[in-house]
Design a protein around this ligand. Structure first.
Ligand code: KG4
Ligand code: ZN
Length: 345
């Protein structure tokens, strides 16, 4: 079974082909991503109209490249899986219209995939992850703990259906948003996460003491107070390069401490013996290292996708499409859902 995945929900235009053989074995045949960051950088964030146009200009060539890299023609495909939410409406329209047209012209099945389910299962692309697991999903739009568990106890490698149970979430900003906004305040380029990580390597993580909001027993997060504290620290100051480095390092250290604290709570409150870190912010080395050591201390298996599969890609979309096909769960209505919580799949 070969599945073409297409992703266009934010500022990456991506396509990928995945092949499932027997017994749920699979090969990732291609993973093509065009990142629009340069087009948005001057505005300090994603501009929806620019994103839709850029998707429209690239989606055909990116898909052709993914098929060519996979040595696959449209006639070999069994399914097209396309992100149908959540995300920016314009990008979703481009991706789903393109996918539907291809599918119609070649009489291939097409299904809409929840982008967050893609991130949730992205660790399976490279590792054998056992269910149930605690997922910490940290991306540009989300920061939440989700328990991922099979609906009924079966021994299949691919459970018949999965339940996503929210255990806690942010009350205000997402974590990626917090990285991006702090970077913007410091005059660093978009996307902020990689820029802050780069500067943090050269700075002192204990130079500034930023607050850790919601350091209580709840599994909720809050980042707006931290963001405002950084704003107050730098207001009306001409920052030198080493001060920017110290702020980045101290900010990143604060985020790492908040996440480590909350992850310790969730691990203690759950029976799961597996932990997955996923989403764009999971690309951050410090966060990966801290959470991996925390899991080791608690005798929990830790998984995170390789960095290239943390940020938006279509392999995770193709994978979820293939899983739905194996589960015989092909909802082909393809309605667009700009808002679509993982718990409402
Ligand atoms: O998952 P993603 O690619 O898109 C969404 O679904 O939102 O996540 C994008 C977010 C951006 O906010 C970006 O700044 C952040 O992930 N990010 C990082 C790193 N790489 C990307 N944050 C911290 N450290 C990184 N290395
Ligand atoms: Zn994403």
């Amino acid at each position: 079974m070969k599945v073409l995945g297409i992703e266009s929900s934010c500022d990456e235009t991506a396509a990928s082909v995945i092949e499932f053989t027997h017994d749920a074995q699979f090969n990732l045949l291609s993973n093509t991503v065009y990142s629009q960051t340069d087009e948005h950088a001057v505005y300090g964030g994603v501009v929806p109209e620019i994103a839709s146009r850029a998707h429209m200009e690239r989606i055909e060539s990116i898909t052709q490249k993914a098929l060519a890299d996979a040595n696959t023609s449209l006639d070999d495909l069994d399914l097209i899986a396309v992100t149908s939410g959540p995300g920016l409406l314009g990008g979703l329209i481009v991706g789903t219209t393109f996918a539907k047209s291809l599918a119609f012209s070649k009489n291939i099945k097409v299904i809409g995939i929840n982008h967050l389910e893609g991130h949730a299962l992205s660790a399976h692309l490279t590792e054998d992850v056992n269910f149930p697991y605690i997922l910490l999903l940290v991306s540009g739009g989300h920061c939440q703990f989700i328990e991922v568990l099979p609906e009924s106890a079966d021994n299949n490698k691919i459970p018949k259906s999965l339940i996503y149970k929210e255990l806690g979430s942010t009350l205000d900003d997402s974590i990626g948003e917090c990285f991006d906004k702090v970077a913007k305040m410091l005059g660093l380029p978009y996307p902020g996460g990689p820029a802050i990580e780069k500067h943090a390597k050269l700075g002192d993580p204990y130079k500034y003491k930023f607050p850790q909001p919601l350091k209580d027993k709840s599994l909720s997060f809050s980042f707006s107070g931290l963001k405002s504290a950084v704003r107050r620290e730098i207001e009306n100051k001409e920052l030198q390069e080493d001060e920017i480095n110290d702020i980045c390092a101290s900010f990143q250290e604060t985020i790492a401490q908040i996440l480590t604290y909350k992850c310790q709570l969730v691990i203690k409150s759950s029976e799961s013996k597996n932990f997955v870190l996923a989403g764009g912010v999971a690309a951050n080395r410090l966060l990966r290292n801290r959470l991996e050591s925390l899991c080791q201390k608690n005798n929990i298996e830790f998984y995170a996708p390789p960095v290239r599969l943390c940020t938006d890609n279509a392999s995770m979309i193709a994978y979820v499409g293939a899983i739905h096909m194996l589960q015989d769960n092909l909802n082909t209505t393809l309605s667009l859902r700009p808002r679509w919580p993982l718990t409402k799949i």
